[in-house]
Design a protein around this ligand. Structure first.
Ligand code: ZLS
Ligand code: CA
Ligand code: ZN
Length: 393
C-alpha cells in the first residue's frame, strides 16, 4: 500500500523501546526522549516498518553495562532517587557524585531504566549485526557518546555506543566509529584511546572555551607514547559555526573514504546526532536533512556491516525528519518516498512545514553566517591524510 518494498537479500533491523521514550529530564531540559516517539511516528507513517525487522529492545543487564562502566558507578546510578524538591538558588553547586544530579545530568524518575533501555537497544542492534541477520541495524534511542566509565556527562549516563562496539569487537578485528553529532564524541574516543582495533572519528563544533565539551582539536589524535597501539587512531574534525551541506559532504567523503581505505574496518558504527542540523536549539551548523543523510548514504556505500545510533538533537521536528530520511536510506527507499509528509502522520502539525526537506529559509529565516573558510577545510583534510600514514590495517 505504501509502495515501500523490502529489497531481497538486504536486511535492516529497527530497535526501539516505547517505555524509554516516556522519561522526562525536566521541563526546561533540552533532551526530550519524546523526539523518539515523533521520529517513529513519521517512520511508520511512511510505511517503512514493512521493509524492516522491527524489535522492541530489552533493557541491558547490569553485567552488560559493567562491560564498560565501573560497578561503583552502576550501583550508585541504580539507587539514586530524583531530588524531591528542585535545587534552590543557594544550592546550585552541590558536590556531585559521578557528576550526577547537576543541571546537565539531572536525576529523574526511572533514570536507571531509561539508561538500561538505551543501552539494550544499542546492544540488540550490534548483536543482529554480529549474528549476520542484519546488514544495517538502527538504534535511534542510543548514541549517548559523552558518558565515561565512572561518570555522567552532557546528558549521557551510560555509553551505549562503547558497550555496542565492545560486542562488535568480539566478532570483528576492526571497527570504525564515526560521529556526526555537533558535539565532540569524547566518551567513545577516550574508551578506545589505547587500542588500534577501533578508530574514532568525530566531526564537531570546536571552541574550547565556549562550546561543550571543549575537547577534539585537530591534533588530539590519541596519547602518543611509544607503546600505545592506539596512538593516531583518534581523528578529530573541528569545525566552526554555519558549515553547509556541500562543505560537510566534501569533508566527510574525503576523510571517511581515506580512512576506510587505510584502516580497512570490518564494521562501521555511525552516531547520527541530529543537533548538527540547521535550526537546532543547541547546534550551530547549517546542515539540512539531505546533507546529514548523505553521511549515512556514504557509510552504507562502503558495503560493511553498519550500526546506526541516534544521539543529540534538540529541535524534535527536525530530529524526526533526519532520522526518518536516514531510515529510508538504510532501507534503500529514499527515492520512492514522497517529500510531502503523509497526511495521516500523528502530530503532523508539530512539523510546521509539510515537507521532509525544509529549506534553510523555512528553518531559520536568515541562515547562520558560515565561519568555515575553504582553506581551513583543506588543511583539515591534509592533516588527516598525514595522520593516516601512521595507521596500518
Ligand atoms: O552531544 O555546556 C555545558 C556545561 C555547562 C553549561 C550549561 N550549564 C547548564 C551546565 C554547565 C558547561 N553543557 C552542555 C552539554 C551538552 C550535551 C550535548 C549532548 C549530546 O548532544 C549527546 C546527547 C550544554 N549545552 C546546553 C546545555 N548544556 C543546557 C541548556 C539549557 C538547559 C536548561 C536545562 C539545563 C539547565 C537549563 C540546560 C543545559
Ligand atoms: Ca561529533
Ligand atoms: Zn550533541
Amino acid at each position: 500500500e505504501s509502495g515501500i518494498t523490502r529489497p531481497k537479500g538486504y536486511n535492516v533491523s529497527f530497535h526501539c523501546n516505547p517505555e524509554m521514550e516516556k522519561h522526562h529530564f525536566g521541563m526546561t531540559h533540552p533532551m526530550k526522549p519524546w523526539r523518539l516517539t515523533l521520529s517513529k511516528s513519521l517512520i511508520y507513517s511512511y510505511g517503512m516498518s514493512f521493509a524492516m525487522d522491527n524489535y522492541i529492545s530489552r533493557a541491558a543487564t547490569y553485567e552488560e553495562l559493567a562491560s564498560f562502566h565501573s560497578t561503583d558507578y552502576l550501583d550508585f546510578l541504580g539507587t539514586v532517587l530524583p531530588e524531591p524538591v528542585p535545587r534552590d538558588l543557594e544550592n546550585q553547586n552541590p558536590d556531585l557524585k559521578f557528576n550526577l544530579g547537576g543541571s546537565d545530568c539531572p536525576l529523574f524518575d526511572g533514570l536507571y531504566d531509561y539508561c538500561s533501555m538505551s543501552a539494550g537497544g544499542a546492544l540488540d542492534a550490534a548483536r543482529k549485526i554480529t549474528a549476520n541477520q542484519s546488514d544495517i541495524a538502527i538504534a535511534w534511542g542510543g548514541g549517548l557518546h559523552h558518558a565515561k566509565r565512572a561518570e555522567a556527562s552532557g546528558f549521557c549516563y551510560i555509553n551505549d555506543i562503547v558497550i555496542a562496539i565492545l560486542e562488535l569487537l568480539r566478532f570483528y578485528p576492526r571497527v570504525l566509529y564515526v560521529d556526526i553529532d555537533v558535539h565532540h564524541g569524547d566518551g567513545v574516543e577516550e574508551a578506545f584511546f589505547s587500542t588500534d582495533r577501533v578508530m574514532t572519528v568525530s566531526f564537531h563544533k570546536y571552541d574550547p572555551n565556549n562550546f561543550f565539551p571543549g575537547t577534539g582539536a585537530l591534533d588530539d589524535n590519541g596519547p602518543k607514547n611509544e607503546h600505545n597501539p592506539g596512538a593516531h587512531h583518534a581523528v578529530n574534525v573541528p569545525l566552526n559555526d554555519g558549515i553547509t551541506d556541500e562543505q560537510y559532504d566534501m569533508l566527510f567523503n574525503s576523510i571517511i573514504g581515506k580512512i576506510v581505505e587505510k584502516f580497512r574496518p570490518s564494521a562501521i558504527a555511525l552516531q547520527c546526532g541530529a543537533d548538527s542540523l540547521a535550526g537546532d536549539r543547541l547546534g550551530r551548523f547549517n546542515l539540512q536533512v539531505q546533507g546529514h543523510g548523505a553521511c549515512v548514504e556514504f557509510c552504507k556505500k562502503m558495503g560493511l556491516p553498519l550500526v546506526l545510533f541516534g544521539g543529540g538533537g534538540y529541535t524534535p521536528r527536525n530530529v524526526a525528519r533526519a532520522w526518518t530520511y536516514e531510515t529510508s536510506i538504510a532501507i534503500g527507499c529514499q527515492d520512492n518516498i514522497s517529500s510531502v509528509l503523509p497526511q495521516h502522520t500523528p502530530w503532523r502539525d508539530q512539523f510546521r512545514q509539510d515537507t521532509l526537506f525544509p529549506t534553510l529559509e523555512q528553518i531559520l529565516g536568515e541562515p547562520r553566517q558560515n565561519r568555515n573558510p575553504q582553506k581551513r577545510l583543506q588543511e583539515i583534510v591534509q592533516h588527516v591524510s598525514e595522520q593516516l600514514r601512521f595507521v596500518q590495517a
